[in-house]
Design a binder for this molecule. Sequence first.
Ligand SMILES: [Cu+2]
Length: 493
Amino acid sequence: MRESRRPPRLTRRGFIGMAGLGAGALVLGGCGVLSPARQNPPTARSASRIAEYALEASALELDLGGRKVSTWGYGKDLPGPEIRLKQDEILRVEVRNRLPEDTTIHWHGLPVPNRMDGVAGVTQEPIKPEGDFVYEFEVPVSGSYMYHSHVGTQLDRGLYGPLIVEPRNETLSYDREYTLVLDDWLDGVRGTPEEEMEKLKSDRGAMADMEGMEGMLGTEGGDAPPQWPPDVVYPMYLINGKPPDSPEELEVRRGEKVRLRLLNPSSATIYRVALQGHRMTVTHTDGQPVEPVEVETIRIGMGERYDVLVEASNPGAWQLAAHAEGTEKQARAVFRYRGAKDPRPRPDQRPAELAGRMLYYDALRATQEAGAPESGSPDRVLPITLNGDEETYVWTINGQAFPDADPIEAGRGERVRFEMENTTMMPHPMHLHGHFFRVDNGTGRGPIKDTVLVDPKQRLAFDWLADNPGDWAFHCHQIYHAERGMTRIIKVA
Ligand SMILES: [Cu+2]
């Protein structure tokens, strides 16, 4: 029976969200009646309820495994409180800026009206210190998303959180769910993101710091792709704000089907995620359903999300590892069966599954359209060359570095194909705002996504329908690349 398989309402993640109450994090999930004057009138079926939240961006003190750090975040903890609502509801978030500088919030992956997209200087004036702003929009899609600051390198502090949209009708059958938010952390441990940027610009300092980079260009065995050395090797990698020596424990019971939502709001880290003693069945990427595919390792770039199902059939206490690609480091949580007295795996223990079958885009088939057109017969084809200069740390799209870059124009209703070529030695997770796209993986039914990794020297194309009017950011989600030019505005008339 479906009813008996509903996920419990109070998971660990749910509790963290509620714990933010005191900081003005979660106000209520209240009910409201729509005014008939509201814009974007919903269809008959939809939007009778408003999910209301309040977020305060402010300084906070974190305890990272006994180490106290000062950073910026939403509420009192890391990640920011979970926002959870149902498809077709209206999300209303009152944001207060208690930071000493401007901020905004971007609803990563959601096709919102342009003025709600949260890109400072493009879709809105930034929210000034002590200022506030109300984001309000209908949420017509379901899935795993996230919200984060879209100003400078603020994302590389604690200014991010999970955003979960439950579908009108849940077709997936599972007993329990956990959201796992991956992050690379330096703020307050090794300077600030702004200082890191200065290092990258002046002497490629982080690249010169070889600590933790012994694994660069190593392979996990099998046919795994090479591990590209990242620009920044972080002092810590976190899952749900917890470093490996004080990990979150995810309790499961034998026989359960467990849904894991993997979110990567990291600024500069691709992970390889594996669960020791188990396989994972991928059901969604970037919130959109795919035909189930069973793998042992998932490679997840900045800005990407994957939903997986795990059969809890192997009692014990197991490592859920997120290996930071190109380094020797990892983040981890512990997957513990109820009653299992096993000690935690060592923080640095690598599951053998990391060398097992890895998920590639080639293996994904979309099961639902989500508004993206099929690959082939586009109205307009645009070559997108990703380039960069290691010396000056300037990153370009078609030779131009934002903001000194021409907008790219798309007609409303046009099917647009981006044919990307990465000429650099860095992977670039390219993210399109306001729209989903279909990755052309040669099957004609490639996955529907909003962020896709383009590896060094790789060519990759996606197709999208320009149906959401406005000025949309298209950028690399390695936040230091985006800040140093790898951003464009797409004008949809
Ligand atoms: Cu990039």
